[in-house]
Ligand binder design. Structure first.
Ligand code: NAP
Ligand code: MG
Length: 501
């Protein structure tokens, strides 16, 4: 979907949409059992949008029970892969049909520019659903090379009840990255969206029911990390959790698992991703466009944001001039204005965190930006004396690009790898040997050469080091998260077992 409406059309739509407010459990909307709610606001204006069910452990228990019932009676888990595919394709179609509504919900809930949501997040979300739907009836299991007296089948089975815990930065896309492979494989889901961004997850669950997904298979439990995320992570009847969010919270899920039922845990975590530009890079103008996209897309609220620009001395000034020129083209403003590229940060508390880094930036060399207006932070470029600087080490998760000058290829790689994170990295050079050597030496789950990006749905996405744990999102490898291997050993002998001694 690339057609855009005008700002006034989007505003009219925002005013007319009825906002979901309850949790979605067992095929229908339900309030929290406690009756409690929390207010969700539009971060661009601060205006309250609606009250959302503030669920707790008792709602998690109820949703897990419903998910378990659905899984055990096979209403989804035992459908043929082709039948599951049809439902997921129908869901994708319904999302296409409701694309403008979903885009507006996402934008007013998160502060994201409608341009990004309509042209990137939503088309990618729909594509992800279709891709996993189309994959599921094309995966074969295995027959092991056992003797002529046996047949050994190695089959993949759905894990069972899976807990999915989402961040607020790409609410729809992260939802799709997880629900698409999990549902395709036949699991039942209890999903917790980030409290900041619940609206699109609830609407998608409703559309899934309309598409024919049976009740209890996709349950959305709204509320805070402490009241919903932790009980889900500790639940004895949840078979696995797939989490995307900060490294600090990800660590907790390993503890929850260790202290409960040893559920499988997959973690997609933070990053402080390097973008290396060597002095032989071609076409600095194109490089600069990639640098700006890498640093400022989604206001830098992006786990794979290229937030450290590691540039070789000889071209630093030329490159920075071009980066600034491109960044100036990124219009900051009202997220529902389709010409806006820099929207509001997701919440007041996150805004305050990012704004606090602007204070630290004042102690270094600010090449551009450095201001904030209460809801938006201006794209900011700061050069620091070394990679040891706080701005080069901490994930800011805002539109702040930290620049570090280096003398050589070797120093660039060393600096890039000098971080506890390892999600993504990029290298720009015209020298093919350095590009390939560099790509191999960089300790990150995704390395892009002469571009910024994350690959696409066909490539695995996840982190080295403290950026990830236990598995990958996207591609056929995502399927491994949501299935487990079973060996079925069939004895063709008529004779009794041979004695062991
Ligand atoms: P976060 O604070 O870790 O929250 C992520 C989710 O965990 C939210 O749903 C949150 O709930 C929940 N949560 C918070 N505390 C919890 C607890 N004690 N127990 C259980 N659940 C808890 O992360 P965020 O601020 O939303 O997202 C930003 C982070 O996500 C960044 O670090 C970013 O790099 C990372 N990220 C990684 C990827 C990737 O694929 N690697 C993609 C996107 C984002 P509430 O917020 O509702 O309380
Ligand atoms: Mg919100």
């Amino acid at each position: 979907m690339t057609d855009l409406l005008t700002q006034s059309e989007y505003e009219a739509l925002a005013a007319s949409i009825s906002l979901p407010s309850s949790a979605y459990i067992d095929g229908g909307f339900r309030p929290a059992k406690s009756g409690k709610t929390f207010t969700t606001a539009n971060p661009a204006t601060g205006a309250p949008l609606t009250e959302i069910a503030a669920c707790g452990a008792e709602d998690v228990d109820f949703a897990v029970q419903k998910a378990r019932d659905a899984f055990e009676d096979g209403r989804w888990s035992r459908l043929s892969p082709g039948a599951r595919k049809e439902v997921l394709l129908k869901l994708a179609k319904l999302m296409e049909r409701n694309a403008h509504e979903l885009a507006v919900l996402e934008s007013i809930d998160s502060g994201k520019p409608i341009f990004d949501v309509a042209t990137i997040d939503l088309p990618e979300t729909i594509h992800t659903l279709k891709w996993h739907a189309e994959l599921i009836d094309k995966i074969y299991d295995q027959v092991a090379p056992s003797s002529d007296d046996h047949i050994a089948l190695v089959v993949r089975e759905a894990v069972g009840v899976v807990g999915l815990v989402l961040p607020w930065n790409f609410p729809l896309l992260m939802l799709a990255w997880k629900i698409a492979p999990a549902l395709a494989a036949g699991n039942s889901i209890v999903l917790k969206p980030a409290a900041e961004t619940t609206l699109t997850a609830l609407r998608v669950a409703e559309l899934a029911t309309e598409a024919g997904l049976p009740a209890g298979v996709l349950n959305i439990v709204t509320g805070s990390g402490a009241n919903v995320g932790e009980p889900l992570g500790r639940h004895p009847d949840v078979d696995m959790v797939s989490f995307t969010g900060s490294t600090a919270t990800g660590r907790r899920f390993l503890t929850y698992s260790a202290e409960s039922n040893l559920k499988e845990v997959v973690l997609e975590l933070g990053g402080k991703n390097p973008c290396i530009v060597l002095d032989d890079a071609e076409d600095l103008d194109t490089v600069a466009a990639h640098v700006v996209q890498g640093a400022f897309w989604n206001m830098g609220e992006n786990c794979s944001a290229a937030s450290r620009l590691i540039v070789q001395k000889g071209i630093k000034d030329k490159l920075l001039d071009r980066v600034k020129a491109h960044a100036r083209e990124w219009n900051m403003g009202e997220p529902l204005d389709p010409s806006v590229r820099v929207g509001a940060l997701v919440s007041k508390s996150h805004y305050d965190k990012v704004a606090s880094y602007l204070e630290i930036a004042k102690t270094a060399t600010v090449h551009m930006g450095g201001t904030a207006n209460g809801t938006h932070v201006e794209p900011t470029i700061v050069e620091v004396p070394s990679n040891d600087h706080q701005l080069a080490r901490e994930e800011i998760f805002g539109p702040v690009l930290t620049v570090i000058e280096v003398a050589s290829f070797e120093e660039a790689i060393r600096t890039a790898n000098d971080t506890e994170y390892g999600l993504a990295a990029s290298i720009f050079t015209a020298n093919a040997k350095r590009a390939i050597r560099g790509a191999r030496m960089l300790r990150a789950g995704t390395v892009t050469v002469n571009s910024f990006g994350e690959g696409d749905i066909s490539t695995p996405f996840g982190g080295y080091k403290q950026s990830g744990f236990g598995g990958r999102d996207n591609s056929i490898h995502a399927h491994d998260q949501y299935t487990q291997l079973k060996t079925i050993w069939i004895d063709l002998n008529d004779s009794e077992p041979a004695s062991i001694d």
